[in-house]
Write a protein that binds this ligand. Structure first.
Ligand SMILES: Cc1ncc(COP(=O)(O)OP(=O)(O)O)c(N)n1
Ligand SMILES: Cc1nc(C(=O)O)sc1CCOP(=O)(O)O
Ligand SMILES: [Mg+2]
Length: 207
């Protein structure tokens, strides 16, 4: 399995956002260091998810950037993505691993050490850990765990920890200092006036 990129861009399909334009800008700066996670709303149809994922994969391919699909592992398989990401309401990690196969990149959400260890034992190759900070991008999340919560998970596992939730350029250094291998962002890039510049700043903080 190739080494995982440190900057994870999650597609923002909310009205008024432009996920493919943001992706093009980020790819131009991050290239093969970028991991793109295709995430659509729960209301989106599988066909919509499949169409977006196919377009994302086609954009990633020339750069050899990694394309993952959130939740819908059949879509990941159908487009030939590198893998997927699952959380508490998706397929269990061991089932997801069986679906995707042994070589796939498989991310799992974990918010504290016990679930983190279970996810790794079940086959997760990286963990998405958060919410690190308050975010308005997703409803219904528990209270933020901050860099301290990230540090606790990092100490419990031996796979890359990707910090998520309210990640900004300014917050990257503290998350890295807590042991996060990388970060996943939605709003910091999708709302940026200049996503290429913000990508460069995020990468600088991760290097
Ligand atoms: C990198 C990363 N970490 C966490 C999540 C959240 O996944 P999940 O808990 O399944 O929630 P949804 O994203 O499906 O709403 C993630 N997607 N990526
Ligand atoms: C999709 C998602 N999952 C989270 C979790 O903590 O599990 S936080 C989140 C949204 C992250 O968006 P932003 O970078 O705009 O805060
Ligand atoms: Mg999910």
């Amino acid at each position: 399995m190739p080494s995982l990129g440190r900057l994870h861009l999650i597609t923002d399909t909310r009205p008024g956002r432009h996920p493919l334009a943001v992706l093009r800008a980020a790819l131009g700066v991050a290239g093969s260091d970028l991991v793109v996670q295709v995430r659509v709303t729960d209301e989106a149809t599988d066909r919509e998810a499949y169409d977006l994922a196919g377009r994302v994969l086609a954009l990633c391919a020339p750069y050899r950037a990694t394309c993952l699909v959130n939740d819908r592992l059949h879509v990941a398989l159908a487009i030939g993505a590198a893998g997927g990401h699952v959380g508490a309401h998706d397929l269990p990690v061991d089932a997801a691993r069986r679906v995707l196969g042994p070589q796939a990149v498989l991310g799992a959400t974990a918010r504290e050490p016990v679930t983190a260890r279970s996810a790794v034992a079940a086959g997760a190759s990286y963990l998405g850990v958060g919410p690190c900070h308050h975010t308005s991008t997703k409803d219904g999340l528990p209270d933020p765990i901050g860099p301290t919560g990230v540090r606790a998970v990092v100490a419990a596992v031996d796979v890359p920890v990707i910090a998520i939730g309210g990640v900004t350029v300014a917050r990257v250094p503290a998350l890295r200092a807590a042991g996060a291998y990388g970060v996943a962002v939605v709003g910091e890039l999708s709302a940026a006036a200049d996503p290429a510049r913000v990508t460069a700043e995020l990468l600088r903080g991760l290097s």
